[in-house]
Design a protein around this ligand. Structure first.
Ligand code: IPT
Length: 977
């Protein structure tokens, strides 16, 4: 190996040269060479240098490829920063201390590749890749999320062994445009492979398949020897149907003097009668084989594609797929894994997409870079609309870079190579120019390239809307704001000035216990022409599995050390700051709808219901009206079961016959039950499951649980006639054999991430809401009844609390009121908290459930009779916070295995939580593993509970979900079982 300083790839210092996007790299192509290739994944010799121009030493360790060295035992650990760059240098400069991984291994070049063209493919490396073979410089590549290919034919000999060295420089000019909100890593994150082709080969294939059945295949042919040989031709076959040569194209080229013989282009066409079109609901795919022939007819090269016939267009302000204004129920997805960082396996990606399908998502934005190639194959196959995003985010230096001509090539290169790679995927419906990079000439240049190369898809870029969402800029065909308040979206749609589809590229920030008002958003979207959906931020909580004892990432050895969203003892989900970084953005990296192990958070159930393909439109005496809310599919793939839940504790079921409804149609179906005259409140649920196996769900998988109330509860007028004894202490606090802490007023919750970042928690802290001083004003003892008036005094004001305890019906009735002064507008909750003796481990309730729900996130939790162990009620958000609540609870029992315990009835549906944690205990720790569960239960019964909103990044909850000042009243009863 040459001296590092003499090596031209090092001497060039490409890590500080934005003009250098590559050298010696082959053009990107949509021809997939993965099958038949020699995989080079596995352990490579490895050393981590302090800088790219440091001389590699004699001592090697090893590193697994694909993988990041930041999770493989080096001292260069992951660092999480959102907007800020991890170093101070301005673009295109980087610090002198610049971790550089040198990977090396021997490769046996198959002898049978003699005479063939031999290509090395590096799936992805961040952020600069330098390639040497046997010490000879071969190439350079940038873009941490796209493959780089190099022609090794001149530097290797079939039958011989070659030493391949891949040098990966962590910080570069490119880091400034890869400033995405995620962990910083370094390494080779996707597979490395070697393949061979005939010198005469298919350099690229472009497939255009329209919904009418027209197929056009454009082929680019090259010969490694230079000029193309006479007489070559291509043929194509689509599921047995032969494609025809576009002779007109050939003739026109031959006659056109501007077209040289070197063009190497051919076109094939087909018309497919009665074509089955592709859409996210029925993702029909056809198999296409393209063959390149030599003049004698022998096959020189073959390329296989899966083709989906579909159209994407914008008509007026609607985005249409096959002529339909589809709703975009999207999520932003990163390539993420808690053990391997950015390296994701096919099985993991499939599991991601299967889960999303099961929870009603139909769209993915590949935030914020082209995802692993297999993701798109899976999206084609399982049915997702994909916004494919280029690897451009210059967040910290957005303004400087957007118009910097030194970065022009990088912008165009990144968009162009993404388009070239992914253009044949029917799932890709929109190109995105990147994220959070201001808006400048570099964007327009990249948009121009994309539009010319692929006129079949819209282009979007959030940053383009500098003069408003209707601005006719070059960079965005979609108005795709992030975190826009719903009222602004509505106002735009109703303004008469809307020119583009409004699909939020990010909304409903899923950090911690969040996604309040999601159902309100969707009610508005579905009811308002011009609004078409959006992409929730985001899919993953990017917690990295970390050993607690030495603070090291568990890495690949951590397989199986987590379950149900929780890390095994001795481990935790690390977020920003946990690897000793001083500069970091904390738990802002934990903002997904799934935990780091893909366990769904409660919001997923909310989403599933909001996206329900079949719904109960209304209830009339003769029956219920069902509606098909899909765009393309009937109801035949679903089966149903009716469930009637009565307040008396009974549930009845009956098979449901789903009517044959086309999309958009409704039909009345008769009520399956005689509603009993007695029984109070009554709820009818349609349990909808898959009728057969779907590619993403076995038969019987729950799809949605639409529900309608058949009868309201009768208001119960209680006259309080005492019939027993109430025992209180000198403070007027209830003394009860099953309670270890008496019921007192609670105004606070362990702040959620939204409460913290939205500023509410700070206000509550200033007010002293967490622990106001309770001062007893009066305790009035009457036979069978004690009335206690107290004041809860805190810096923010004084809350007068009245609690009347009446012995009745073998139990106790508690009537409470709290008067919040005007100054205490918008508190976390107003309600009662008490604690129980240990052993009451099972909660049964009539109310919404079974999963966690809150006032502004309760559309997906049907009313019914639910039952869960107390330990399973709590949701282990990475940074402990208010969690485990259940909305609309009418009554509950908390019992021991011998059925002893207590029963509580509420005057009306209330927010209740039963957990092992006091609010103060949750708020005191930073990680879930630091929580010490109590043996007994902490029970909250809330007269009012603040909505969750999404204020950690975006709008807070609506005013109607706030806990206002004034008088709150609530009553409940407590009985020993
Ligand atoms: C926006 C980013 O696009 C996304 O990457 C993520 O950071 C998200 O917010 C918040 O988690 S940018 C934000 C400053 C609005």
């Amino acid at each position: 190996m040459t001296d590092a300083h003499l090596d031209p790839l090092i001497a060039l210092r490409p890590w500080q040269a934005p003009e250098v996007t590559s050298w010696g790299r082959l053009p990107m192509s949509a021809v997939d060479r993965r099958s038949g290739a020699v995989p080079l994944d596995g352990d490579w010799r490895f050393q981590l240098l302090p800088a790219p121009d440091a001389q590699p030493g004699e001592v090697w360790s090893s590193s697994y490829v694909p993988g990041v060295w930041t999770l493989q035992g080096t001292d260069d650990l992951p660092q999480y920063l959102n907007v800020r760059m991890p170093f101070a240098e301005f673009p295109p400069h980087v610090p002198a201390a610049n971790p550089t991984g040198v990977y090396e291994r021997e490769v046996d070049v198959p002898a049978e590749w003699a005479g063939r063209r031999i290509v090395l493919q590096v799936g992805a490396a961040e952020s600069v890749l330098l390639v040497h073979v046997d010490g000879r410089p071969v190439g350079i590549s940038k873009d941490s999320h796209l493959a780089a290919e190099f022609d090794l034919t001149p530097v290797v000999r079939p039958g011989d062994r070659a030493t391949v060295r891949l040098t990966v420089v962590k910080w570069s000019d490119a880091s400034h445009i890869e400033d995405q909100d995620q962990w910083w890593h370094g390494g080779i994150t996707r597979s490395v492979l070697l393949y061979a082709t005939d010198p005469l080969h298919l350099a690229d294939v472009t497939v255009r398949a329209r919904r009418g059945g027209d197929l056009l295949v454009e082929c680019r042919v090259r010969d490694a020897g230079g000029a193309l040989p006479e007489g070559w031709y291509v043929s194509g076959e689509l599921d047995g149907q032969l494609l025809t040569q576009d002779a007109e194209f050939d003739r026109a080229n031959a006659e056109d003097e501007r077209v040289s013989g070197f063009l190497g282009e051919a076109r094939l066409r087909a018309a497919v009668p009665g074509v089955r079109t592709w859409n996210a609901e029925t993702p029909e795919l056809y198999g296409l084989t393209v063959r390149l022939h030599r003049a004698d007819g022998t096959v020189a090269d073959t390329s296989r594609h899966r083709v989906g016939f579909r159209d994407v267009e914008i008509v007026g302000r609607d985005l249409l797929v096959n002529g339909e204004r589809v709703f975009i129920r999207g999520v932003n997805r990163h390539d993420f894994h808690p053990l391997t960082g950015r390296t994701v396996s096919y099985d993991d990606m499939r599991a991601d997409l299967v889960l999303l399908k099961r929870f009603g998502f139909n769209a993915i934005r590949t935030a914020h870079y082209p995802n692993d190639p297999a993701l798109y194959d899976l999206a084609d196959e399982l049915g997702f609309y994909v916004v494919d995003e280029a690897d451009i985010e210059s967040h910290d230096h957005a303004h400087e870079i957007a118009d910097d001509p030194r970065y022009l090539g990088a912008f165009v290169d990144r968009v162009a190579r993404m388009v070239l790679r992914d253009k044949n995927h029917p799932s890709v419906v929109i190109w995105s120019l990147g994220n959070e990079s201001d808006y400048g000439a570099n964007h327009d240049a990249a948009a121009g390239w994309g539009r010319r190369h692929d006129p079949t898809r819209p282009v979007q870029y959030e940053g383009a809307a500098k003069r408003g969402w209707a601005d006719p800029d070059l960079a965005s065909d979609i108005a795709c704001p992030m975190y826009a308040p719903l009222e602004e979206c509505l106002a735009h749609a109703l303004s008469g000035t809307q020119t583009k589809p409004l699909i939020q590229c990010e909304y409903s920030h899923a950090m911690g216990n969040s996604n309040g008002t999601l159902a309100d958003h969707w009610a508005a979207i579905e009811a308002t022409p011009g609004l078409q959906g959006g992409f929730i931020w985001e899919f993953w909580d990017h917690g990295i599995l970390q050993r607690v004892n030495d603070g090291r990432p568990a890495g690949r050895g951590g397989a199986g050390l987590y379950d149900n969203g929780v890390a095994a003892p001795g481990h935790r989900w690390a977020y920003g700051g946990d690897f000793g970084e001083t500069d970091h953005d904390g738990a802002f990296i934990a903002d997904g709808v799934v935990f780091p192990d893909r366990t769904p958070k409660p919001v997923m159930f909310e989403h599933r219901e909001i996206a329900a393909p079949v719904r109960i439109a209304c209830f009339r005496h003769e029956g219920v009206v069902l509606a098909n809310h899909q765009h393309f599919r009937g109801l035949d793939w679903l089966s149903g079961e009716w469930e009637l839940s009565l307040a008396d504790g009974t549930t009845r079921t009956a098979p449901a016959e789903l009517p044959g409804l086309r999309p958009g149609e409704t039909a009345a179906v008769p009520l399956p039950f005689e509603l009993p005259a007695e029984g109070g409140e009554a709820w009818l649920t349609l349990r909808v499951t898959t009728a057969g196996d779907e590619p993403w769900a076995p038969r019987g998988t729950v799809v949605c649980l639409p529900q309608v109330r058949l009868r309201a509860a009768l208001p119960s007028a209680h006259t309080r006639v005492p019939d027993g004894v109430v025992e209180v202490d000198e403070e007027g606090l209830l003394v009860h054999p099953l309670l270890t802490a008496a019921p007192v007023l609670s105004l606070w919750r362990a702040p959620t991430d939204n409460d913290e970042l939205g500023g509410m928690a700070a206000r509550w802290r200033d007010w002293g809401l967490e622990a106001p001083a309770r001062k007893v004003v009066s305790v009035r003892r009457d036979p069978g009844r004690v009335a206690v008036v107290s004041e809860y005094v805190c810096a923010g004001g004084t809350v007068r609390h009245e609690q009347a305890l009446t012995a009745m019906d073998g139990g106790l009735i508690v009537d409470e009121s709290a008067e919040l002064p005007e100054a205490l507008h918008d508190v976390a909750r107003v309600g009662t908290v008490f604690e129980t003796v240990p052993g009451l481990n099972l909660l049964e309730w009539f109310g919404q459930g079974p999963w966690e729900s809150y006032p502004d996130r309760a559309a997906g939790a049907p009313v019914g009779h639910h039952c869960l162990p107390v330990d399973e009620l709590f949701t282990p958000y990475l940074r402990p916070q208010e969690s485990g609540g259940r909305h609309g609870v009418r009554r509950f029992t908390l019992s021991a295995p011998d059925a002893t315990g207590l029963a509580v009835r509420l005057d009306r549906p209330r927010q209740v939580s039963v957990t092992r944690h006091r609010a103060a205990g949750l708020a005191a720790v930073a990680h879930h593993d630091e929580l010490v569960p109590r043996a007994g239960c902490v029970v909250h019964i809330d007269a009012a509970h603040r909505g969750l909103g999404t204020a950690s990044c975006g709008p807070d909850t609506f005013a109607s979900y706030l806990v206002a000042a004034g008088v709150h009243r609530w009553s409940w009863s407590l009985r020993v079982l």
